[in-house]
Design a protein. Structure first.
Length: 50
């Protein structure tokens, strides 16, 4: 389910499953702003020390 809830463009994970056709959220598809309460924070980019 996590893969169906994540946007392929921006990586945000939504509380609902996204459509298979655009395979991204509406904000990435046509610029419609997404409600901040409808998605989780984007995944953190981990910078591991060597």
């Amino acid at each position: 389910m996590a893969a169906r809830q994540a946007c392929g463009e921006c990586g945000r994970r939504f509380c609902i499953c996204l459509s298979k056709k655009p395979s991204c959220c509406l904000e990435c598809f046509d610029g419609t702003p997404a409600d901040p309460a409808s998605h989780f924070a984007p995944p953190a980019k981990h910078l591991l020390a060597a």
